[in-house]
Design a protein around this ligand. Structure first.
Ligand code: SF4
Length: 320
């Protein structure tokens, strides 16, 4: 497989089309790259741009983040969603300070042992922060490689062997000293050209050698790009299925505004679910207890009423 031609095509495209993002400054403190990477895992770029600068204004160094109160970190994460990432990021900072004197390790094997770091984050930090030739395979990268080299769409399931082969292929395609640029290019290319639902194949600079291009027709597009969506665990709200993830975010948002106050479960329930009724109480308590277990909030019970049918009261706080 000619990975050289592929990488050269992507990098040429990137020179003209690259997005100007604050975490792409040359020589940036690796800590800042990590903050951006963790924020970008579940949040759209425009939202991250806004919060990234604000967050770093509050915690400009890895030491500031490690020493901050958990409450202030969760508070600062407001608006980014998936609040658990705030706790994991702080734990990551504390571990780096404790184990590596504040210097973020450069290799995926060491990174992956730290809190909140999975295979993708380990590769992306090694690549973006240190320009090491380590693959960071997210949905964009997977889709582009599977289409270009295998003429397949990424929606099809892949076994362990295929995953390994993909890893090797991506690694092989990283030109010397260009890991950071190539990964940035892939991110942009996946967001602007090789889109999941409607790839811009007819104007794509890679179409000549892309294995997927011959399959791309308007007719096939309809069949091939219907991604199967998993139904997330959740409950109905005003006739629509809403994932618990959304309600968890709303609970944390409520606690941000009412930390330390005594509120009834009904008040909390009505604030987070538009059609809240008494029958939802068990579900609500379960979500709160899970958030408490994760260290996100504190859920102080007033007496034992909350377990019964009466309107139990609770005192809420952000994780300590
Ligand atoms: S030709 Fe289409 S499928 Fe192939 S890389 Fe370009 S946009 Fe993606």
């Amino acid at each position: 497989m000619d990975t050289t031609q592929f990488s050269a095509g992507i990098l040429d495209w990137y020179v003209i089309h690259k997005r100007d993002l604050p975490w792409r400054e040359v020589g940036l403190d690796p800590y800042r790259v990590v903050v951006a990477e963790i924020m970008l895992q579940q949040t759209q770029v425009p939202r991250v741009i806004e919060k990234y600068t604000e967050f770093l204004g509050l915690f400009p160094t890895i030491y500031d983040l490690a020493q901050a109160s958990r409450e202030s970190v969760i508070q600062a994460w407001s608006g980014l969603g998936y609040n658990r990432r705030a706790i994991m990021l702080q734990q990551f900072a504390q571990e780096v300070v404790k184990l590596y004197e504040g210097k973020i390790p450069q290799v995926p094997e060491a990174l992956i042992k730290l809190s909140g770091i999975g295979p993708y984050a380990a590769g992306s930090i090694a690549s973006f922060a240190f320009n090491r030739p380590e693959p960071a395979i997210d949905v964009n990268v997977r889709r582009i490689y599977m289409r270009y080299f295998h003429g397949r769409d990424e929606g099809l399931p892949m076994g362990r062997e295929e995953e390994k082969k993909l890893y090797t292929l991506v690694k092989l395609s990283i030109p010397e000293n260009k890991s950071c640029d190539l990964h940035n290019a892939l991110m942009d290319f996946g967001s602007l050209v090789c889109l999941r639902d409607a790839p811009r194949c007819s104007s794509c600079v890679l179409r000549k050698n892309c294995g997927f291009f011959p399959l791309y027709t308007v007719e096939k597009e309809k069949v091939l790009f219907v991604a199967e969506k998993k139904v997330e665990k959740g409950v109905m709200e005003n006739g629509r299925h809403i994932p618990n993830r959304i309600f968890r975010g709303r609970i944390v948002e409520f606690v941000r505004k009412h930390a330390g106050e005594e509120v009834s479960l009904e008040e909390l329930g009505c604030a987070v679910k538009k059609d809240y009724v008494d029958a939802d109480e068990g579900w609500l308590v379960e979500l709160c207890l899970k958030l408490e277990k994760e260290g996100m909030i504190t859920f102080g019970r007033m007496g034992v009423k909350m377990e019964g049918k009466e309107d139990g009261r609770v005192v809420l706080g952000l994780g300590k």
